[in-house]
Design a binder for this molecule. Structure first.
Ligand code: IGP
Length: 263
C-alpha cells in the first residue's frame, strides 16, 4: 500500500503501521497465519449482530487515547469495561489495537474478547493484507478505511471475506462513499470526525445516509455524546452507532451506555 497521497494526519499513523507489519511479517509468514486460520471456528458474526432488526444497535469502543483527544482514560481495565458494555446492552465491541497513537494492544483485545460473547471489531489501520489474516486470528471483524485504501478497498474486502472475517468499511465524504458502495461492502460506517481536521459533525452521517441502499448496513461513527444524538441517528434509520470517547471518559462506561440508551 503506498501512502503518499494520504491526508497528513493519517499518513504518519499508516506509515508507522506499515513498518510494524514489515517487522511482524518477518516473524510470522502469511502462510503460517493462514494455516492457523484454517483450524478456527467461525467468527461471532459482527455484521449480523449490528444489523439485527430492532432498536438502534451500539458498537461500544475501548479506546485509551487518540491523536485528537490525547489520553482519554489512563487507568482503563479493558476486560472490566468490555463486560460492562455487554451487560449494558452493546451489540458488539470495537477495540483499538493501534499502539503508538491510541495506546492499544492485541493482547487486551484478546483478553476482553475471551470474557464476552458479543462480536469484536479490531479497530486498527489496515495497510497490508497480512493484517487481515492477523485480525481473523484474534477478532470477528476488521475496519477498512477508504481514505487509506482508496480503490483497493474492494480487494481488501474480498480477502477479509475469504478468511471469514466481517468488515466495516469507513467513509467520510461522497467520493469515499461511492468507492465503498462499488466495493460491495455490506456494512458502511460514516465517520462524523473528519480525519484531516478532526472536526466532528453529526450532519455528515445525516447527509450521506440516503446514498446507502436498503440491505446495506449503516453505522454512524464518532462524536455521539447525548441521548439526543442517539435520537438523531434513529431518525435517519441508522442500524448502529459506534461510540467511544463519551463512554471511556465517564466514571462508569457501562452505566453511561445504559443512560444513553435510556435503559
Ligand atoms: O470516540 P468517538 O468520537 O465516540 O468515536 C469512536 C470511533 O468512531 C472512532 O474512534 C473512530 C472512527 N474511525 C476510526 C478510525 C481509526 C481510529 C478511530 C476511529
Amino acid at each position: 500500500m503506498t501512502t503518499t497521497t494520504l491526508p497528513n494526519r493519517l499518513k504518519p499513523i499508516c506509515d508507522r503501521r506499515a513498518e510494524d507489519v514489515a517487522a511482524a511479517k518477518a516473524k510470522r509468514s502469511l502462510a503460517e497465519l493462514e494455516r492457523a486460520i484454517a483450524t478456527l471456528p467461525p467468527t461471532r458474526g459482527f455484521t449480523r449482530a449490528v444489523t439485527a432488526p430492532g432498536d438502534l444497535r451500539v458498537i461500544a469502543e475501548i479506546k485509551r487515547a487518540s491523536p485528537s483527544a490525547g489520553t482519554i482514560r489512563a487507568d482503563s481495565d479493558p476486560v472490566a469495561i468490555a463486560k460492562s458494555y455487554e451487560a449494558a446492552g452493546a451489540s458488539a465491541l470495537s477495540i483499538l489495537t493501534e499502539p503508538h497513537w491510541f495506546h492499544g494492544k492485541d493482547e487486551e483485545l484478546q483478553a476482553a474478547r475471551a470474557q464476552v460473547s458479543i462480536p469484536v471489531l479490531r479497530k486498527d489501520f489496515v495497510v497490508d493484507p497480512w493484517q487481515l489474516a492477523e485480525t481473523r486470528l484474534i477478532a470477528d471483524a476488521c475496519l477498512l478505511i477508504v481514505a487509506v485504501l482508496g480503490e483497493a478497498t474492494a480487494d481488501y474486502l474480498a480477502q477479509a471475506r475469504a478468511y471469514g472475517l466481517d468488515a466495516l468499511v469507513e467513509v467520510h465524504d461522497d467520493a469515499e462513499m461511492a468507492i465503498a458502495l462499488k466495493s460491495g461492502a455490506d456494512l458502511i460506517g460514516v465517520n462524523n470526525r473528519d480525519l484531516t481536521t478532526f472536526i466532528i459533525d453529526l450532519k455528515n452521517a445525516e447527509r450521506l445516509r440516503p446514498m446507502v441502499p436498503p440491505g446495506t448496513g449503516f453505522v454512524a461513527e464518532s462524536g455521539l455524546e447525548t441521548p439526543e444524538d442517539f435520537a438523531r441517528m434513529r431518525a435517519i434509520d441508522a442500524q448502529a452507532v459506534l461510540i467511544g470517547s463519551a463512554l471511556m471518559r465517564a466514571p462508569e462506561p457501562g452505566a453511561q451506555l445504559r443512560y444513553l440508551l435510556g435503559r
